[in-house]
Design a protein around this ligand. Structure first.
Ligand SMILES: *[C@@H]1O[C@H](CO)[C@@H](O)[C@H](O)[C@H]1NC(C)=O
Ligand SMILES: *[C@@H]1O[C@H](CO)[C@@H](O)[C@H](O)[C@H]1NC(C)=O
Ligand SMILES: *[C@@H]1O[C@H](CO)[C@@H](O)[C@H](O)[C@H]1NC(C)=O
Ligand SMILES: *[C@@H]1O[C@H](CO)[C@@H](O)[C@H](O)[C@H]1NC(C)=O
Ligand SMILES: *[C@@H]1O[C@H](CO)[C@@H](O)[C@H](O)[C@H]1NC(C)=O
Ligand SMILES: *[C@@H]1O[C@H](CO)[C@@H](O)[C@H](O)[C@H]1NC(C)=O
Ligand SMILES: *[C@@H]1O[C@H](CO)[C@@H](O)[C@H](O)[C@H]1NC(C)=O
Ligand SMILES: *[C@@H]1O[C@H](CO)[C@@H](O)[C@H](O)[C@H]1NC(C)=O
Length: 712
């Protein structure tokens, strides 16, 4: 006992000293400028009317503070919309600050002061909005209304009653496409247009139209330069990344056209830039003059960033607020096409040159690009218990693309979030993407309904230094990825050499591309030194595991079930590739594959369990259990031989083909545990922890009735 006291005394003293020298400031923000205009000082009695005033207050005090005083400021926001005129930026001088919604008592206190209580939306918590309300709607008949915006903006997103409204498009059904007739011959010209079919373009109002062209893993977004009627050629103002038409299987000749004021369906809008007029067709259930209608104007809503890496902003907490309505803009000559929508440069929550940041219980939604971007010079950034949903691209973006990395992104924790319904403007957005970063934990998240990859790790195609290591992808539930829209994607996708990267205890299900190339765990170019263990991967359109090329990966104690069962959707599509596959042969060990269960449920005469595209691929397989309950013959290796022949090559010498005897109901896709007399147990398989957020059922049906954008 005395010993313990002895240890604690200096610690207690330290606490007392800290408290003694610190001061805690409460600032209040009530976004009704007329109430306190002249007296506002941020106090409870005279609150500020904007977050910016609170930040200015902190900055003034920072310079006047005696430097030994530890100051901690809480900015308390009234629970309504806080429309920011320009981006809210926390610089170094705003360190040691918390931004939150005020408590119920303070809310009640102000509610009594607000004269016209019913003239503003009272929300569950404060919304920091990058948008502006659109008012002044007048009817033009047929459930259609118009409003004119006074700002010099191009309206390309609209939110009515907290719901995204579709931009008008042709074809109107989001799971249908137009087809052009031919690509242009010259490879550079072919990035700028194509030859269109009869009935397309010539009668459409094209000034404000955007053509969205489908490639393989991306879409490109184009404004129109000219139409040449004599040979039916459309030319764009901005290029795609690769020539349009080079992916005939993945893309076909698909495109659609957005923002034509001739193709209304209920709950769609278009914008005429010349007259700055928005046209909105409702579904008849609401009156635009009586509901909250918002269009984003700021690409960045909240920035946490010191001006350089040696002067970071420190110790910021943002909790119990929403950050919403961020804009996207594409310059008329800018290329808007690259993997993972990485050409985007903004995010509504943007963090750089920052340390010790907690984003907790925050909703980030209705965005034009990714929800969050954690960029250069960042360490100890935590995003927890938050909801990132209805994003224009993907959910969370981490790290930088340039190599070598100028200042690191490290110690990033993405824990227990829901990241959902992405790709609403740029379908190639990824649920959670790590470009180049080190020490990143992506744990216990639910990541679902994206149109491209669920989780993407690494940004180096091949064996050059990747500046990416120690990425933990643990206990995430990743599902309904791909949505039959783009191709060449995965539940979890990796690139490059990544020492210390561990992909463990995730559930990946329902990964579907438009036509081809879709895998549960996708180890793409150069993926090396990665461990994948204890994952349950099922209902994947193609293989549960695919390695393009890479070295020294370890695949241990996973379950790969019910993969490559679909029939190819179009006549020319390649057929699915089976359960496991390696594409390239290289002069090193590609992977070690041990203690796994491959539960193949294809019904037919044969199905590929492991396929290698090239001879002499260097692999090490052992102690695995393979099974097909329908007695479909499982095939292995370059020759696609029987299991017995495969074993003669020295592989899988202790593995067997036998029922793994799952404990759970395989008809509910409960593949986590096996009975104690399972042959897998004898070979070393250990039960996998069932994720609490996992839901049983084997449905691959992606139709979501409550979200119009996820029909296909
Ligand atoms: C279409 O016509 C334009 C103008 O005559 C010409 O420059 C272009 O090369 C033609 N394109 C094709 C594909 O023939
Ligand atoms: C009214 O809207 C419907 C649905 O978009 C459309 O089919 C119809 O032609 C429109 N009627 C008029 C008079 O514009
Ligand atoms: C919209 O119109 C403005 C002029 O009012 C112009 O500067 C801008 O480039 C136009 N935007 C687009 C995307 O065409
Ligand atoms: C972060 O700091 C670096 C220099 O250390 C600077 O180049 C960069 O612009 C800063 N980022 C932001 C967002 O201010
Ligand atoms: C794979 O591991 C071996 C043995 O540790 C090592 O020699 C080789 O360099 C590694 N390959 C790569 C590409 O890192
Ligand atoms: C697999 O089965 C298909 C028909 O179901 C057959 O065409 C093919 O030759 C078989 N392959 C092998 C290696 O047995
Ligand atoms: C299986 O092969 C490994 C080496 O690949 C060897 O160590 C082991 O003894 C073999 N086991 C059997 C049962 O042949
Ligand atoms: C695996 O889990 C099942 C179901 O809970 C249980 O019956 C079995 O004993 C477990 N096996 C091991 C090795 O713990």
């Amino acid at each position: 006992m005395p010993n313990i006291m002895h240890q604690f005394v200096p610690f207690l003293l330290l606490i007392l000293l800290t408290i003694g020298a610190s001061c805690s400031i409460q600032l209040y923000v009530l976004p009704f400028p007329t109430l306190f205009n002249n007296n506002a000082d941020g106090s409870r009695t005279y609150p500020y009317s904007s977050i910016q005033q609170a930040l200015d207050h902190i900055k003034r005090n920072y310079y006047h503070d005696d430097s030994t005083t530890m100051r901690y400021t809480t900015i308390n926001l009234y629970p309504t919309y806080h429309f920011v005129d320009s981006t809210i930026k926390f610089d170094r001088v705003h360190s040691h600050t918390r931004l939150t919604t005020m408590n119920a008592e303070d809310t009640a206190f102000y509610e009594e002061l607000i004269a016209n209580k019913n003239s503003y939306p009272r929300l569950p918590r404060a919304s920091i909005s990058g948008g502006i309300p659109i008012t002044g709607w007048t009817s033009v008949g047929n459930n259609t209304y118009k409003a004119i915006v006074t700002q010099p903006i191009f309206v390309n997103q609209l939110f009515v009653n907290n719901q995204r409204i579709a931009r008008t498009r042709i074809p109107m059904n989001p799971s249908e496409y137009l087809q052009y007739t031919a690509p242009l011959q010259d490879p550079n010209q072919a990035r700028y247009g194509f030859q269109y079919a009869e009935g397309q373009f010539e009668s459409w109002p094209l000034d404000d139209a955007m053509v969205v062209v489908y490639h393989s893993w991306t879409t490109s977004h184009h404004y129109i330069n000219q139409i040449i009627k004599s040979n039916k050629t459309v030319l764009f103002t901005n290029p795609s990344n690769s020539p349009i038409g080079i992916y005939p299987i993945q893309a076909q000749r698909r495109f659609h056209v957005e923002n034509l004021c001739i193709s209304f369906v209920s709950n769609s809008f278009c914008f005429v830039n010349a007259t700055k007029t928005i046209y909105l067709m409702t579904d008849g259930s609401y009156d635009p003059t009586k509901v909250q209608i918002i269009t984003p104007i700021n690409e960045f809503v909240v920035i946490l960033a010191g001006s350089d890496v040696t002067n970071p902003v420190e110790d910021i907490t943002i909790d119990n607020v929403a950050i919403q309505h961020s804009a996207w803009n594409i310059d008329r000559t800018q290329q808007a096409d690259y993997q993972a929508a990485s050409f985007l440069t903004s995010a509504p929550l943007y963090i750089a040159n920052a340390t010790s940041v907690i984003i907790s219980d925050v909703e980030i939604s209705h965005t034009g690009s990714y929800g969050v971007w954690i960029r250069e010079g960042t360490t100890s950034i935590n995003i927890i218990n938050s909801l990132i949903t209805d994003t224009g691209a993907g959910g969370i973006r981490i790290g930088q693309m340039a190599a070598p990395v100028p200042t690191p992104t490290s110690s990033i924790h993405i824990i227990s979030n829901e990241v959902s319904y992405g790709g609403n403007v740029f379908p190639s957005g990824v649920g959670v993407i790590v470009h180049r970063a080190v020490d990143v934990d992506i744990v216990d998240n639910s990541i679902h309904h994206h149109r491209y990859t669920g989780v993407s790790i690494g940004w180096e195609w091949g064996y050059a230094p990747s500046y990416t290591s120690n990425i933990l992808v643990h206990s995430n539930y990743i599902y309904n990825t791909g949505q039959h829209i783009l191709c060449d994607q995965g539940g979890i996708y990796t690139l490059g050499i990544q020492p210390g990267t561990i992909i463990t205890n995730n559930v990946i299900k329902n990964v579907f591309s438009y036509a081809a190339y879709m895998w549960g765990i996708y180890l793409d170019e150069g993926s090396s030194h990665i461990i994948a263990s204890n994952n349950v991967v099922y209902n994947i359109g193609w293989g549960g595991l695919f390695q393009h090329y890479g070295a020294n990966n370890t695949i241990i104690n996973n379950v790969f079930a019910r993969n490559s069962e679909i029939q190819p959707p179009h006549p020319d599509d390649p057929i699915p590739d089976g359960d496991l596959r390696i594409m390239n042969t290289e002069d090193h060990l590609s992977w070690t594959f041990e203690n796994n269960i491959v539960y193949d449920t294809f019904q037919g005469s044969n199905h590929s369990a492991f396929k290698s595209d090239a001879p002499d691929v260097r692999v090490s397989f052992n102690n695995n259990v393979y099974y097909n309950p329908y007695n479909t013959q499982l095939l292995f290796g370059i020759q696609q031989t029987s299991f017995i022949e495969w074993q003669k090559t020295g592989q899988d010498n202790s593995s067997i083909i036998a029922d793994p005897l799952f404990t759970g109901d395989v008809n509910q896709c409960d593949f986590f545990t096996v009975q104690s007399n399972s042959p897998a147990v004898k070979l070393g398989f250990a039960n996998i922890t069932k994720l609490t957020k996992w839901t049983p059922g084997c449905g691959t049906d992606n139709v979501v009735n409550d979200n119009q954008y996820y029909r296909w």
